[in-house]
Design a protein around this ligand. Structure first.
Ligand code: AN0
Ligand code: CP
Length: 316
């Protein structure tokens, strides 16, 4: 794999999941592989897990890591090629990305959807600008439409905790006070689809994901019906794709509660975090035995390490 932007960059998904599970037992098995190599991490948006887990993964491989946070720490970037730069933006992505390409061997980029221009978000304009202007491999730390490191950690977690070959996995929409991107849900649906899980997606009318992501799932607008006999419940809010970026209202009863989990087959509860307690999920569930949110977050280290190990190996 040169870049890691989506599932489509991965030759063998199951092998990558197995690699992540092996690394979990032998985190320092390749501690010299990345010696002399630099991973740059560019964050256009906040992060706790991705920021920490990716740095730890790189350190386990002997890489050095340089982190740049957009905002006050860095120059405001311009992405429009025709811009007359007499406004806020100080530097064009053409120079910024090219310079990062000189300093680093791999560049990680977090660039959330703007949620106003669907065509631009789904064309991944920000990520593409980096790929086009720096010659080094790009590692997605969540882009406008996908969060593949999260999906790899999620797939790994399901592999570890599944008690049957083809578990029923339900991706459920839940309420949230702010409009969020579709990236985590898109990516989860894409990976689960490729792994041939019994994937259901449940959401209110008007919150369908783009069909390119949901086509392998059974879509159900009745949350109770979808939750029946589920083995894994993956909770996530996303804003509307059709009415782009809108968060809807009057949908608070989509919160995942103990009562709703009682409909499942004693399902394990998953969420990528950060999660708003008692809005998205009832807090007792996060504190209870069904929750996998912490092991899921822990697996982000091994997911990142499996991807970096593959990139470094193929770079040689
Ligand atoms: C982000 C999102 O929903 O895409 C990041 C999740 C990993 N969440 C928030 O902004 C709260
Ligand atoms: N799940 C996840 O990517 O978390 P952060 O936004 O904290 O990195």
């Amino acid at each position: 794999m040169k870049h890691f932007r989506s599932l489509h960059d991965v030759k063998d998904i199951k092998a990558l999941i197995r690699r992540a599970i092996t690394i979990k037992r032998h985190a320092l098995r390749n501690e010299a592989l990345g010696r002399g190599k630099t991973l740059g991490l560019m964050f256009m948006n906040p992060s706790l897990r991705t920021r920490m887990s990716t740095q730890i993964a790189a350190a386990n491989l002997g890489m050095q890591v340089a982190v740049l946070n957009a905002g006050r720490e860095s120059w405001a970037l311009e992405f429009n090629d025709e811009a007359v730069m007499d406004g806020e933006a100080v530097e064009h992505v053409r120079e910024a990305a090219a310079v990062l390409g000189e300093y680093c061997d791999i560049i990680g980029l977090r660039s959330f959807a703007g949620l106003t221009d669907r065509a631009a978000d789904y064309a991944e304009t920000m990520q593409s600008a980096f790929v086009q202007n720096c010659s080094i491999p790009l590692l997605s730390l969540e882009s406008a439409t996908r969060h593949p490191l999260q999906s790899l950690a999620d797939a790994m977690t399901i592999e570890e905790y599944a008690t049957k070959l083809r578990p029923k996995v339900v991706l459920s929409w839940a309420p949230h006070p702010r409009a969020l991107p579709q990236a985590v849900a898109n990516s989860f649906a894409e990976w689960m689809g490729a792994l041939d899980a019994d994937l259901w997606i449940t959401q209110p009318e008007g919150f369908d994901l783009a069909t390119s992501f949901s086509s392998r799932a059974r879509v159900c607008y009745d949350q109770d019906e979808a939750l029946k006999d589920a083995d894994f419940v993956y909770v996530k809010n996303w804003s509307s794709y059709d009415d782009y970026g809108q968060r809807g209202s009057g949908l608070d009863d989509w919160q995942i509660s103990r009562q709703k989990m009682a409909l499942t087959n004693d399902a394990r509860l998953m969420h990528c975090l950060p999660v708003r307690r008692n809005v998205v999920v009832e807090s007792a569930l996060l504190d209870g035995p069904s929750s996998l949110v912490i092991p899921q977050a822990a697996n982000r280290v091994y997911a990142a390490q499996a991807v970096l190990e593959t990139m470094l190996t193929e770079m040689m």
